[in-house]
Design a binder for this molecule. Structure first.
Ligand code: PMP
Length: 361
């Protein structure tokens, strides 16, 4: 069987080469006579994978020396709680910019732990745009600012971060990490579940400024403190070894394909292909996101009626296009085109969209 055109929102497509490498090494990793899953997490063979993955994250994202790269469990969702648990003081608010359901979830966790404020929101339009910098309410006294760099469900994305954020900037980059170069030095924390751009589910990457870790609140349980994982090189307890092995292989693949710049080039071309199919359809397909806030990772669109949307999704599936259903809170369709989704799949989808339009005029 050939590989499907996989537009799943996450877990999502992985590079075929990475899967084939894992398959080849599955029963005998690095001449150990066992799979990487069967190795001790304290063994030299595993530690090499673990350390290489962290080194590659640093290299590919151009992470300065005063940051740590941690591999944690609990998904991006645990970071929603862990960040305020460790860094939200009693007096200063955590400042949340709401650009979608995941930002709302992050805010909800912080509300349970201390003062918060909303420094910007696009909720009134059902999150069709990213608020303009000059509309944001930022203050030197905020404990931190939290943003979601790419909004998986709504298909919007911060186009750049070139702004005076005043307080330490925390970003959920779950759905666009390593899809483009970003200025890491502007952020104090970047976190992302691996299951969209970096590998399978089970590991969450946290990039955190070392000086911030020194300011952790007291009274936090050991496994929920960043310092615990930082001191132990993310080996305080058993890490998700297979997920980290896959992450390492995906990072090697990103490196071989031009790094963050290479990914940006691929992702621009891929997203342009599908947005062109929307924009050239004379209104048959309508994008959910405003044009200047469009995501290069999740392309969201609707058709003129519920019936046409249903027919589109059914026919798409019959033609081998998987995962195009929009999230239930937005409806319509969504093509998630993370790093590993190929230009070929995007070309095939764009021509399917044209054909479907022609036969349903
Ligand atoms: N943030 C964003 C932007 C997401 O897209 C998701 C998952 N779809 C999450 C957070 C939640 O991630 P996890 O399932 O790893 O907790």
């Amino acid at each position: 069987m050939t590989r499907a055109h996989n537009f799943n929102a996450g877990p999502a497509a992985l590079p075929t080469e990475v899967l084939e490498k894992a398959q080849k090494e599955l029963t005998n990793f690095n001449n150990t006579g066992m799979s990487v899953m069967e190795l001790s997490h304290r063994s030299a063979d595993y530690e090499e994978v673990h350390n290489n993955a962290a080194a590659l994250m640093k290299e590919l994202m151009n992470i300065p020396d005063d940051y740590e790269v941690l591999f944690l469990q609990g998904g991006a969702s645990l970071q929603f709680s862990m960040l305020p648990m460790n860094f939200l003081p009693e007096k200063a608010p955590g400042n949340y910019v709401l650009t979608g359901s995941w930002s709302e979830k992050a805010l909800k966790e912080a509300e349970a732990m201390g003062p918060t404020k909303v420094g910007g929101s696009a909720k009134e339009t059902n999150y069709t745009y990213i608020p303009a910098f000059d509309s944001l309410d930022m203050d030197n006294d905020d404990a931190y600012v939290h943003i979601t760099s790419n909004n998986t469900i709504f298909g919007t994305q911060w186009q750049d971060f070139d702004y005076d954020w005043k307080a330490p900037l925390f970003a959920d980059m779950s759905s666009d990490i390593l899809s483009r170069p970003i200025p890491v030095e502007r952020f104090s924390v970047i976190y992302a579940g691996a299951q969209k751009n970096l590998g399978p589910s089970g590991v969450t990457t946290v990039i955190i400024k070392k000086s911030l870790i020194e300011n952790e609140k007291s009274g936090v349980p050991t496994v929920l403190k960043y310092s615990t994982h930082s001191k132990a090189n993310s080996l305080y307890h058993t890490p998700p070894t297979f997920a980290i092995y896959m992450l390492n292989n995906v990072l090697e693949w990103i490196k071989a394909n031009g790094g963050a710049e290479g990914m940006e080039k691929r992702n621009k071309q891929k997203s342009d292909t599908i947005y062109a199919a929307i924009d050239e359809s004379s209104g048959f397909y309508t994008g959910h996101a405003e044009k200047d806030s469009r995501s290069r990772m999740n392309v969201t669109f609707t058709l003129p009626s519920e019936d046409l949307t249903k027919a589109f999704l059914t026919e798409a599936k019959e033609n081998g296009f998987i995962g195009l259903n929009g999230h239930r809170s937005v409806g319509g369709c969504r093509a998630s085109i993370y790093n590993a989704v190929t230009q070929e799949s995007c070309d095939a989808l764009a021509s399917f969209m044209k054909k479907f339009h022609e036969s349903n005029r």
